[in-house]
Ligand binder design. Structure first.
Ligand SMILES: *[C@@H]1O[C@H](CO)[C@@H](O)[C@H](O)[C@H]1NC(C)=O
Ligand SMILES: *[C@@H]1O[C@H](CO)[C@@H](O)[C@H](O)[C@H]1NC(C)=O
Ligand SMILES: *[C@@H]1O[C@H](CO)[C@@H](O)[C@H](O)[C@H]1NC(C)=O
Ligand SMILES: *[C@@H]1O[C@H](CO)[C@@H](O)[C@H](O)[C@H]1NC(C)=O
Ligand SMILES: *[C@@H]1O[C@H](CO)[C@@H](O)[C@H](O)[C@H]1NC(C)=O
Ligand SMILES: *[C@@H]1O[C@H](CO)[C@@H](O)[C@H](O)[C@H]1NC(C)=O
Ligand SMILES: *[C@@H]1O[C@H](CO)[C@@H](O)[C@H](O)[C@H]1NC(C)=O
Ligand SMILES: *[C@@H]1O[C@H](CO)[C@@H](O)[C@H](O)[C@H]1NC(C)=O
Ligand SMILES: *[C@@H]1O[C@H](CO)[C@@H](O)[C@H](O)[C@H]1NC(C)=O
Ligand SMILES: *[C@@H]1O[C@H](CO)[C@@H](O)[C@H](O)[C@H]1NC(C)=O
Ligand SMILES: CC(=O)N[C@H]1CO[C@H](CO)[C@@H](O)[C@@H]1O
Length: 546
């Protein structure tokens, strides 16, 4: 089944806020899970009981993607082999082989995580269209091993938002402008923009994103999702288009904490092709993240609030967000936690520090060249950032100079990479502002297991040291919110019904604890159901089961 942009008429244009109601079409007395709310447990139950197949799921999700892609541009490519992979998964299940909970479950991945199949891995640039990788990225290989069906590649902010000082979130030359679904022309945030929109609208069970500083957390925030930004080194970056080996990480963006935990379970683990994964404790053994989802996780826990960050960045936080955050802190206390201030003591000084840019620039020069060198086919023979910049300036669809290459211009002007002695000095500053002067110091001094912030403020400091963060929906902007456009006028950055979340920040490799807290908060509040997208696809499983 195919729907073009003309299918817009078929879409349900919802009225924004409404009571949460699940419409479950009944077929012969069976209620199919509604795909915008379906959990992994719902899908596994249906697959196990034979109510529907993995092939049905692929057909339904593909149809949903086609319904909205002409408006929201959240998916760059659908896997041409998805149906046959699903058929194989169904055949295996039929004769008793189930690879795990994700067996036969469609998942979307960001268009910077490589697959060795018919799909491209582009970071949204024509520079990489048609390029070939020697094998699957480790993340894609792990998804397949877990039985998941890689359904397609999601749009993003081009080069994971590491190119331009005057572009919009969610724009790429290859995929166009992604919009989010809670307000017309909504800024989808980024850089995992398409993953956020797709997961929120139920265009797959969930999606994977990548983060260097905020690229999972921020789009999860505005798309009403749970996002897990894992510790750098918990998930392999092999054959993921890089920004920075010191900050990049791959993680899930899902509608529930438990589903995000299932996905993290499948993708975490040591990889000889990414030596940062050697830092995983317990000889690389991965805890049971799903079992960590405990309703009573707050009982007896000490939880911090980074009070001074709220004060120093007060003008960045809107009254509805602050009010919801204060309410959340009370709810967490009522659930059994002791709440204390956990200030980031270096945060004031950090306001004037620019070392992070030096680290990212230097890493990008080295890591991008390394990615190019891994390709088995490189359509334009690009070897370096300088080559890519030249390509971008000469390829019309890359929209230069309308969207500049200021980030690359600066990196090349500095002119050194991460083998330079200057790199280590800059990196030491990061380690202080993220560590002793940031999240790690705050956790240690206050003997807390997690520190809270509104997600709008949470990504920056943990990013500096590769520490983990989990975001959960916390509320949405009220109907009387003034519409504000992004700096270039292309998208609605702030407006009515746009969701926001709360972040749980913790020590490295303590994802299980953060998942427990996130689950305990989610199960008490269910804020995802407070607000509905203005646009939702209509196709459901019942339209496809034979
Ligand atoms: C199960 O199905 C697979 C794929 O069709 C096949 O290769 C395998 O031999 C089957 N095993 C059994 C026990 O029937
Ligand atoms: C990948 O890009 C090539 C163009 O180089 C195109 O022919 C192909 O259809 C793309 N793959 C998918 C799955 O869209
Ligand atoms: C990985 O290797 C790089 C150099 O190849 C080195 O700088 C880095 O410390 C190593 N990391 C780990 C975690 O072993
Ligand atoms: C730290 O907090 C835990 C409770 O989370 C408590 O069991 C422990 O005794 C505390 N340690 C110190 C040194 O205060
Ligand atoms: C945290 O910082 C705020 C200022 O932003 C201050 O009022 C508060 O006393 C500090 N808390 C502690 C425990 O130092
Ligand atoms: C980097 O950090 C060092 C040490 O804190 C500081 O002296 C320097 O000014 C910082 N550089 C930039 C560009 O912010
Ligand atoms: C990194 O810098 C070193 C020293 O200047 C140089 O030899 C090397 O070619 C550079 N590597 C990249 C990928 O730019
Ligand atoms: C720059 O790009 C153009 C067009 O892609 C190409 O013809 C030229 O050789 C490139 N120049 C350099 C220095 O790589
Ligand atoms: C972006 O910056 C470039 C270079 O300064 C400029 O030519 C271009 O007009 C700018 N685009 C927008 C949309 O402001
Ligand atoms: C929106 O309404 C609330 C009361 O419901 C009020 O406190 C707030 O100031 C209003 N905001 C705007 C931007 O009008
Ligand atoms: C799968 C899909 O619909 N891909 C589209 C992504 O966006 C680009 C640019 O708008 C289209 O050309 C693709 O067809």
């Amino acid at each position: 089944m195919r729907f073009s942009t003309a299918a817009a008429a078929l879409l349900t244009i919802a009225s924004g806020v409404s009571a949460w109601s699940v419409q479950r079409p009944l077929v012969k007395g069976y209620a199919f899970p509604s795909l915008i709310d379906a959990t992994l447990d719902d899908l596994v139950e249906g697959l196990e009981s034979g109510r529907f197949t993995s092939v049905d799921l692929v057909k339904a999700y593909s149809a949903r993607i086609h319904e909205v892609n002409g408006i929201l541009h959240m998916v760059n490519e659908i896997n041409p082999d998805a149906l046959s992979i699903a058929a194989d998964a169904d055949a295996l299940r039929a004769n008793g082989t189930v690879l795990g909970p994700l067996h036969g479950i469609p998942i979307l991945i960001k268009d910077n995580i490589a697959t060795d199949d018919k799909m491209n891995n582009t970071a949204g640039s024509f520079a990489l269209l048609g390029a070939k990788v020697p094998r699957d990225s480790t993340i894609a290989a792990k998804l397949r091993k877990a039985g998941a069906v890689i359904l397609g590649k999601t749009n993003l902010s081009q080069w994971a938002n590491y190119r331009s000082a005057n572009t919009t979130n969610g724009w790429t030359a290859y995929g166009g402008q992604t919009f989010a679904a809670y307000y017309p022309n909504q800024d989808p945030s980024g850089s995992s923009s398409g993953s956020g929109v797709s997961s929120s609208l139920g265009l797959a069970l969930a999606a994977l994103g990548t983060e260097t500083s905020g690229s999972i957390l921020a789009p999860s925030d505005v798309n009403n999702l749970v996002g897990i930004k894992p510790t750098v080194g918990l998930t392999s970056r092999y054959l993921v288009i890089p920004i920075s080996e010191h900050q990049d990480t791959v993680g899930p963006m899902a509608r529930t904490v438990k589903d995000a935990a299932h996905l993290l379970q499948a993708i975490a683990g040591p990889d000889p092709m990414d030596n940062y994964t050697r830092a995983i404790p317990d000889r690389g053994k991965i805890p049971n993240y799903v079992a960590a989802c405990k309703y009573d996780a707050f009982k007896g826990a000490r939880i911090g609030v980074a009070r001074n960050v709220l004060d120093i960045w007060a003008e960045m936080i809107d009254p509805p967000v602050l009010a919801a955050f204060n309410e959340a802190v009370k709810e967490i206390e009522a659930a059994g936690a002791t709440i204390v201030d956990a200030n980031f003591t270096g945060f004031e000084a950090f306001q004037n520090d620019k070392n992070e840019t030096l680290v990212l620039d230097a890493d990008f020069i080295s890591n991008l060249a390394n990615y190019f060198s891994e390709l088995t086919f490189n359509p334009y023979g690009l070897k370096s950032l300088a080559d890519l910049r030249n390509f971008t300036h000469n390829f019309k669809a890359e929209d230069w100079p309308e969207r500049d290459t200021a980030i690359w211009d600066n990196a090349l002007k500095e002119g050194w990479n991460n083998t330079d002695p200057r790199f280590w000095k800059a990196y030491q500053a990061n380690l202080y502002y993220g560590g002793e002067g940031g999240i790690l110091g705050a956790l240690e001094r206050t003997n807390t297991s997690a520190v809270l912030l509104p997600t709008q403020l949470s990504p920056t400091i943990p990013a500096l040291v590769g520490a983990p963060v989990v975001t959960v929906p916390m509320g949405f902007y009220p109907a009387n919110t003034t519409v504000r456009l992004d700096d270039f006028g292309g998208t609605v950055a702030s407006g009515p019904h746009i969701p926001f979340g709360i972040s749980f920040m913790g020590p490295k490799f303590c994802e299980a604890d953060l998942i427990g807290f996130a689950y305990a908060y989610e199960q008490r509040t269910h804020h995802r159901h407070d607000v509905q997208p203005y646009i939702v696809p209509n196709m459901e499983l019942a339209d496809f089961v034979s």
